[in-house]
Design a protein around this ligand. Structure first.
Ligand code: HPA
Ligand code: ZN
Length: 326
């Protein structure tokens, strides 16, 4: 009804968006055709991405990413991604960028990719009214050594646009603390920190991200609900969760949105925010997330005000930018 539509159309801030994971399938198919790469194996007949489970998702993701080769390809991707964000009423977004896919961890090459992405983002800000900031992510299943190259790229390019460092990838590989060297390097360069934790593994993983990597935010973190001491620790330390409800339901972390703990976490005082993760892979958009949450949990506008306030407060941008989006 009209109240739901009004909620889904509100201005939004999104903190958890994988850059390549936001690529529309048609965009990736177009690049594959231009470059004569056969990617037919990763699409369903209806044109959507095709994968069986989370680990297979990661490999389909990497296959899709393989057609993104030049800085210009990434600039075009940036425009395509921000068109989707703007169409969903997103006014501020932070996106995960991986030097592993942009020059293979070489700092010089990374600078060129970053410059191209940033130029496209600046243009989108002027023409579409959506502000983007970057978070360099290392990839957990590529291991701690490769993460150091990503952290070095991040530390060398930290500025008012490249504002954070994080970790994505397969949570079941290795430990948070294996990446402490990289997170320390990024922190010393002035970057804010976030790590995927508590999407697949339990509350202890979330505690380790906070204790061993000293992150400012957690990617997902939803499974901290299994230990209320961890939930209370997050509330007390004001560690913000980048919650991606549609992603969690699509990948089967929860059987349905009604079973998702976002409302319990919020009611127990945890700062929660809402993001899409990899929107075309999980058949979601920010408008859909908002509409689904409003319907499922009977949230009114004041709850969405809180979510947006939490996202703006926990954004990694400088305070001047924070004021312009507030
Ligand atoms: N989770 C973890 N790693 C990822 C994801 C995700 O949703 N997308 C790309 N890398
Ligand atoms: Zn993610």
């Amino acid at each position: 009804d009209e109240a739901l539509i009004a909620i889904s159309k509100r201005p939004k801030a999104e903190l958890h968006l994988h850059f390549e994971g936001a690529a529309p399938p048609s965009f990736i198919r177009g690049l594959a055709k231009e470059k004569n790469v056969d990617l037919s194996g990763i699409f369903r007949e209806d044109g959507s991405y095709d994968y069986r489970d989370f680990v297979h998702f990661l490999s389909v993701y990497e296959a899709a990413t393989s057609v993104l080769k030049t800085p210009e390809d990434f600039a075009r991707l940036c425009t395509a991604v921000l068109e989707q964000s703007a169409a969903n009423g997103v006014v501020y977004s932070e996106t995960f960028l991986s030097p592993d896919f942009c020059g293979g961890g070489d700092v010089g090459a990374w600078r060129e990719y970053l410059a191209a992405i940033r130029e496209a983002a600046d243009h989108a800000e002027r023409t579409m009214g959506v502000t983007l900031r970057g978070i360099v992510t290392c990839i957990r299943h590529f291991g701690p050594e490769q993460a150091k190259s990503a952290a070095l790229c991040a530390a060398e390019t930290a500025d008012d646009w490249l504002v954070g460092f994080g970790m994505a990838g397969d949570e079941n590989k290795g430990k948070q603390r294996d990446f402490a060297y990289s997170f320390d390097m990024a922190r010393e360069a002035g970057l804010k920190l976030t790590s995927h934790a508590g999407e697949w593994r339990g509350p202890q993983e979330v505690r380790e991200a906070v204790d061993d990597l000293r992150v400012d935010r957690i990617g997902h973190g939803v499974r901290s609900i299994g230990d209320l001491a961890v939930v209370d620790m997050l509330a007390e330390k004001q560690v913000t969760l980048e919650v991606c409800p549609g992603s969690n339901v699509f990948l089967g972390v929860y059987g349905s949105l009604a079973e998702h703990p976002i409302d319990q976490l919020r009611k127990r005082g945890v700062k929660v925010t809402v993001s899409t993760d990899d929107p075309p892979f999980f058949h979601t958009t920010m408008e859909k997330e908002y509409g689904d949450l409003a319907r499922c949990f009977n949230w009114d506008a004041s709850v969405f005000d809180d979510l947006t306030r939490n996202a703006i407060d926990a954004a990694f941008c400088d305070d001047q930018t924070r004021e312009t989006i507030a």
